[in-house]
Design a protein around this ligand. Structure first.
Ligand SMILES: *Cc1c(COP(=O)(O)O)cnc(C)c1O
Ligand code: SF4
Length: 376
């Protein structure tokens, strides 16, 4: 069939395929968990059920069907379940936890935009997501702002981007930008493209993980244009790397987009060398997605039960460094409070320095001397 073959309803074959693709992801949303009451049909413990009611007032509950289907209900510690089913532990807030752990608001000159590094801004086209992750560091904004997309809501943000020629990268985040309709995405892309000094469009999204059926040819077309596009996915566990996710990533790669991944280090989900090793390797080798960042758990409220120590994280990444190829290794970062930015926490391999001689630990764990030799 070619695209100009008309069926009886007057649709082209391409239209028909697009309609079917849209119906698929919409079913996935409809048949998933959309409200706390939808959790009633799931085999939760009485404590989880009670917690879900209470926790949902702080952070919404939403889980598309295909992601929900990845849960092994016989395992109370299942890593998929841990990411999306509210836990009683979420209600226990600790001293030192923050509403806005990375100071998005303090660096927001106009609504829906954060500008902390000269050359790039975060743009928030929506504060809604396809899935709500229990560990989200923006859950406070998602609950208190919560609003979706409108063209007018971004007017001030676009005026700001136009007035700041140092901005080269616009990062769509949120919320999940890929939870928006194709039409909204095309509109946003066109407005960014119209600003001549912008060079790159970046999209931070969990959709390829949680709602891979949403990655349709229509979505890809909405994002294609003048700009280099980078899609930063958010896989946290190798069990999320399914044939559907693989198909979604292939569609994005074939659309010409660069794919990177950021993961959050989560206790009880991915805090072992074996899990991280498989995750990073399969991301690169199976999905063609380069592991970019591994985030140390930030200070989101009610998340102490999912945070590791920094020393534990460093031990994990030094083991990864020894086991995985360079391109499979993510940078281990902490997004500092008060807008300090993302700093690399990877274990420092410099053990000591005496003048020109540095004592440096190798990947095999042995410390070797390296004497600098430079022109006098
Ligand atoms: C994370 C972040 C970015 C992007 O940082 P990269 O290191 O380029 O990935 C940009 N602006 C803000 C405010 C951020 O939090
Ligand atoms: S998709 Fe991202 S923004 Fe949305 S709840 Fe998950 S981590 Fe937070």
């Amino acid at each position: 069939m070619t695209s100009d073959v008309q069926d009886t309803a007057g649709m082209t074959a391409d239209d028909e395929r697009a309609r079917e693709a849209d119906a698929t992801w919409q079913d996935d949303v409809r048949e998933g968990v959309r409200h706390v009451r939808d959790l009633d049909s799931l085999p939760l413990s009485p404590a989880e059920r009670a917690a879900a009611q209470a926790a949902a007032t702080h952070h919404k509950v939403r889980i598309p069907k295909t992601y929900l289907d990845l849960i092994d209900w016989s395992d109370p510690a299942d890593p998929i379940r841990a990411q999306v089913i509210p836990s009683p532990d979420e209600l226990a807030e600790q001293e030192g936890e923050l509403d806005d752990p990375i100071a998005d608001h303090a660096f927001s000159p106009v609504p829906r935009l954060t500008h902390r590094h000269a050359d790039r801004v975060l743009l928030f086209p929506t504060y809604q997501c396809a899935v709500y992750c229990r560990f989200c560091f923006r859950k406070e904004s998602l609950t208190s702002i919560g609003r979706g997309y409108s063209r007018e809501a971004l007017d001030e943000a676009f005026a700001y981007i136009e007035a700041h020629p140092e901005i080269r990268e616009v990062i769509l985040t949120g919320g999940d930008p890929l939870s928006l309709p194709d039409k909204a995405l095309a509109e946003i892309r066109a407005r960014i493209e119209a600003v001549p000094h912008v060079r790159l469009l970046r999209i931070h999204t969990r959709v390829p993980v949680a709602l891979p059926s949403r990655i349709t040819s229509g979505l890809v077309a909405a994002l294609q244009g003048r700009l280099m596009v980078t899609v930063v996915t958010h896989f946290n566990h190798p069990r999320e790397i399914t044939s559907r996710a693989e198909q979604a990533c292939r569609t994005l790669r074939q659309g010409g987009f660069v794919l990177l991944n950021q993961s959050v280090l989560l206790k009880g989900v991915n805090d072992t060398v074996e899990v991280l090793e498989e995750l990073c390797r399969e991301l690169m080798y199976r999905l063609g997605v380069k592991p970019y960042y591994l985030h140390h758990g930030d200070l989101a409220r009610g998340m102490a039960h999912r945070r590791t120590t920094i020393a534990e994280g460093q031990a994990l990444v030094s083991a990864l460094r020894a086991r995985l190829s360079g391109i499979c290794n993510p940078g281990y970062v902490l997004d500092l409070p008060q807008g300090g930015g993302k700093v690399l926490l990877g274990p420092c391999c410099v053990e000591a320095r005496e003048g020109e001689t540095w004592r440096i630990r190798g990947l095999d764990g042995e410390v070797r001397a390296y004497r600098e030799v430079v022109e006098e």
